[in-house]
Write a protein that binds this ligand. Structure first.
Ligand code: SPV
Ligand code: MN
Length: 627
């Protein structure tokens, strides 16, 4: 190691912290840190060794620097992002690629050399006057074939604090692995702060370099843009997994409790703000993860781990009746960071959809807030942001599954795809087989856009596997990776589509929020061949008698045949329109889409047309044959 590499850091490291770095015995770690100490020019360098004292130091720094403020309850803090910095910035998020690689047009890319040059200029001196945290984590459980080590550099104590809750600190793993550690790298700076928020939003950039396995994030604070190990690492992992034959998915992982103590594991992909977290936290079931999963094949089975160990969840709509588990965790003295909610009465929090009245005054991401307040463009400001969130460790939740840290992962028996779809798909439907599922439930999933990303809401967009925002490889290749993943499995997971957002002609939702608990129970029975099904042109749906029984036994609810018919009627015109839309989309945007995709879609179209001949546009389930 060059002497001056060490010297660059030593000059700024807190007492004893250079030794922490050298103890790792990995020259790559030292030269990575030195490069960015040199470029970003922080005032001091803190090396996080994973101890309780270090965690407390970071927590306290977040408060003393004003990035977080304590709330009324012990352990609770509030963090605000800047007014236009509360969601993922898709426009300024770019994958840096060498010439010749083409991604889906919705993903912004940039020539690698140009991007690296630009971001280095933006980051030059960006940490002046601040402390740089050097943090070590593990993605996935430790000492597991799923594990990926990471080093995060950030000048934000909020980001470091969030990562301490969300990921497994792994300085010990770096010590153990020494020079063998290969690691993902993240460099973040919130940039210059004014009133605690990033000032230079015009220079907000998130640049992802899958070849160098490094991500840069500058002039932003919102977690989705800054927490390197979350959606930024996901792009690196998708790239890596595609080369190595495993998958990185925007998926929850959960155990569903079946009869006689049986636990069946599912993963589920939903776009942001479409019910993924609330599904994973369903009362009576077991959460393993709510956002990102790695899927490997082992001994003919699919195995999954939660990449994270915490939740950065949407808070809007959480209430005591529908979400008792989250409600309880949010009202207990756990270590929790609230972001972009309303703070009132000196330390109470309010969010849209919470029990009780909206307070008449408070502080939110826009400063002092009162009902009727408008922003500079005349837009009414909600008391809390729609994408306001809470960050906590999963062990705050009473239904955490004990296998979260299992190095072998959990065996996956069912995969669920769901989007925000007001008029086409039934609430739950099983695909005929793996390939049919990957294509008609996953690859042609559409969803209406939400507040999780900047831009207009409610626009229907194709969102393959709910993972489109995070793809660093061509979509056509990603679809083939998924199809191939299903080959040679002894127990291929069943694939299901769900839709929590179906509405009637008057725009009223056809389902209650917790009906999803029943769809889970039905899927669990299907995995074990213990429930029947009816065959539709698009898949297999539940029989009324099974759902009626499940609603009664699980939720003590009467489920009428009329409700069932309204929910599970096959909507042929809407399905045909969807096929038209998605086929056009793929033809236009993904010229390399594999032929199997079009074959499966054509077969589905033919089944829909044949059924229309026999039954008309809308087929009530009573007319459908058993599977
Ligand atoms: C999502 O938007 O899908 C999230 C939060 O899970 S973010 O970190 O913004 O990606
Ligand atoms: Mn997500």
């Amino acid at each position: 190691m060059k002497e001056n590499t060490v010297e660059i850091i030593r000059r700024k490291a807190l007492p004893g912290h250079m030794d922490r770095l050298l103890a790792i015995n990995n020259p790559e770690v030292v030269s990575f840190v030195a490069e960015y100490v040199d470029l970003c020019d922080p005032e001091s360098v803190f090396v996080f060794n994973g101890s309780k004292e270090d965690e407390a130091f970071i927590r306290d720094a977040a408060i003393s620097l004003g990035e977080e403020k304590p709330l009324g309850m012990k352990g609770h803090t509030i963090h605000f992002d800047g007014y236009n910095d509360q969601a993922r910035d898709k426009k300024n998020t770019r994958i840096l690629l060498p010439p010749g690689i083409r991604l889906n047009p919705t993903i912004d890319t940039m020539d690698r050399e140009t991007g690296l040059k630009e971001i280095r200029e933006i980051m030059r001196g960006i940490m002046k006057g601040k402390m740089m945290y050097v943090c070590f984590y593990n993605l996935g459980p430790k000492r597991s074939e799923f594990s990926i080590q990471c080093v995060q550099l950030t000048d934000s104590s909020y980001v470091a604090h969030s990562e301490n809750l969300l990921y497994r600190p792994a300085y010990d793993e770096f010590l153990r692995l020494g020079p063998k550690a290969r690691f993902f790298r993240f460099v973040h700076s919130a940039g210059e702060l004014v009133n605690g928020v990033s000032k230079n939003i015009d220079k907000r950039r998130v640049y992802i370099d899958p070849i160098g396995e490094i991500v840069y994030s500058a002039n932003t604070q919102y977690g989705g843009n800054t927490i390197g190990l979350k959606k930024l690492a996901m792009r690196l992992a998708i790239w890596k997994g595609s080369k190595e034959g495993w998958l990185t998915e925007h998926m929850l992982i959960m155990g569903v409790n079946g009869p006689n103590g049986r636990v069946t594991y599912f993963t589920g992909a939903f776009p942001s703000l479409c019910g993924k977290t609330s599904t994973s936290m369903m009362v009576g079931e077991r959460i393993v993860g709510d956002d990102i999963a790695y899927l490997h094949k082992r001994d003919g089975e699919v195995r999954a781990v939660n990449v994270e160990r915490g939740v950065f969840g949407i808070i809007q709509g959480i209430n005591s009746k529908d979400d008792p588990i989250q409600w309880k965790a949010l009202h207990s003295p756990n270590e929790i960071i609230f972001s972009n909610v309303l703070v009132y009465d000196d330390g109470k929090v309010y969010w849209i959809g919470k029990d009780g009245e909206t307070p008449s005054r408070g502080i939110n991401h826009s400063g002092e807030w009162y009902p009727g307040k408008k922003d500079a463009n005349g837009k009414l400001i909600d008391p809390s942001h729609k994408n306001a969130r809470f960050t906590l460790r999963l062990d705050c939740l009473e239904n955490l599954d004990p296998r979260l840290e299992d190095p072998a992962g959990v065996p996956v028996r069912g995969i669920i795809y769901g989007g925000r779809d007001s008029d086409t798909c039934v609430p739950v439907e099983q695909a005929f087989d793996w390939v049919h599922g990957i294509i008609t439930k996953g690859a042609i999933l559409e969803s209406e856009t939400t507040a999780a990303t900047l831009g207009q809401e409610g626009v229907r967009e194709v969102n393959p596997m709910s993972n489109l925002d995070f793809l660093s490889i061509p979509l056509a290749r990603y679809i083939m990776d998924n199809i191939n993943f299903g080959k040679d499995l002894k127990t291929p997971p069943l694939i299901f589509g769900v839709n929590y957002f179906l509405r009637d002609k008057n725009g009223k939702f056809l389902n209650e929020k917790n009906d999803k608990g029943i769809w889970l129970k039905w899927m669990e029975l299907r995995v074990h061949g213990e429930a029947g099904a009816l065959r539709t042109p698009t898949g297999l749906i539940p029989e009324y008698s099974d759902l009626k029984r499940l609603f009664k036994v699980v939720q003590n609810k009467e489920y009428t045949e009329d409700m069932y018919t309204r929910q599970f009627t096959v909507r042929i015109p809407e399905w045909l329109a969807k096929i038209e839309r998605v086929t056009n989309y793929y033809r236009k945007n993904e010229p390399d889409t594999p032929p199997i995709f079009y074959e499966i879609i054509e077969q589905q179209k033919k089944r829909l047309l044949d059924s229309r001949e026999r039954f008309g546009d809308y087929i009530a389930p009573e007319k459908l044959p058993e599977e």
